[in-house]
Design a protein around this ligand. Structure first.
Ligand code: COA
Length: 182
C-alpha cells in the first residue's frame, strides 16, 4: 500500500518499524503521550514498543491501519495517524493517534492529514462515519477536528486517569453525508 491518500497535500503510507525512532522523538513527555495515545503505551514512549506496534498493525487481522504522513514536496515524514475499521463490511472508523512533527505544527498540516484520513475512509473505503476521542483540555486537537468538519457528539466524563487525576474526553464524529465540509 503506497500513496493511498486521495488528497494531494500529504501522502499516507504504512507505518513501518523503521519509523519508530522518529515517532518516539515527537512524543516527549508523559502528558504528550497521554494526549496522543491515552494509556496504550507506557511512559516514556519507547522505540521498541513502537516497532512492535508497527509489526502488529501490519497484520490486516489486527483491524488498525497505522500510517505515516509524508510531505510529497520534500519526501519528509511529518506526521502519523491511525484508523480502525477500514474494511468495506464496516460502517465506521475511529481516527486515533494523530500527531504532527513538533517543528511542523500550526502550519495547517494536521488539517491536511485529518482530511486525507477521512477522505480515505469515505472516498476509498466507502464508510459512513468517522469518529475521534479527544481529551477535553487538548485545545489544539479540538480546534483541528472541528475545523475538519467534526461535530462534538458527547462528553465522556472521567474517561481515563493520568497521574492520579481523571481526565474527561469528547467524542466527535463526521458522517459521509457531511463530507466534505463547506
Ligand atoms: C493536534 C495537532 C495534531 C494539530 O496539528 P497542527 O498541524 O498544528 O494543526 P493545524 O495547523 O492544521 O491547525 C488546526 C487548528 O488547530 C488550531 N491549533 C493548532 N495548534 C493549536 C494550539 N496549540 N492551541 C490552540 N489552537 C491550536 C489552529 O489554530 C487551527 O485552528 P483554526 O484554523 O481555527 O485557527 C498537533 O498539535 C499535535 O501533534 N499535537 C500533539 C498530539 C495530539 O495531541 N494529538 C491529538 C490526539 S486526539
Amino acid at each position: 500500500m503506497r500513496g493511498i491518500s486521495a488528497a494531494p497535500a500529504v501522502l499516507l503510507e504504512p507505518f513501518a518499524p523503521a519509523d519508530a525512532p522518529r515517532l518516539a522523538g515527537w512524543v516527549r513527555s508523559p502528558e504528550e503521550l497521554f494526549a496522543w495515545a491515552g494509556a496504550r503505551f507506557p511512559a516514556p514512549l519507547s522505540e521498541d514498543d513502537l516497532r512492535s506496534h508497527a509489526v502488529r498493525a501490519a497484520d490486516p487481522a489486527c483491524g488498525i491501519r497505522a500510517l505515516r504522513v509524508v510531505d510529497p514536496a520534500s519526501g519528509e515524514v511529518v506526521g502519523h495517524l491511525e484508523l480502525t475499521g477500514l474494511l468495506p463490511e464496516q460502517t465506521s472508523s475511529t481516527l486515533r493517534r494523530v500527531v504532527v512533527a513538533p517543528e511542523r505544527r500550526r502550519l495547517g498540516l494536521g488539517t491536511e492529514m485529518v482530511r486525507a484520513a477521512v477522505e480515505l475512509a469515505f472516498g476509498n473505503v466507502g464508510l459512513h462515519r468517522v469518529e475521534v476521542r479527544v481529551f477535553d483540555d487538548n485545545h489544539a486537537a479540538l480546534a483541528l477536528y472541528r475545523r475538519c468538519g467534526f461535530t462534538i457528539e458527547g462528553r465522556l466524563r472521567e474517561y481515563r486517569r493520568l497521574g492520579g487525576r481523571f481526565r474527561s474526553a469528547y467524542v466527535l464524529g463526521v458522517l459521509s453525508s457531511e463530507w466534505p465540509p463547506a
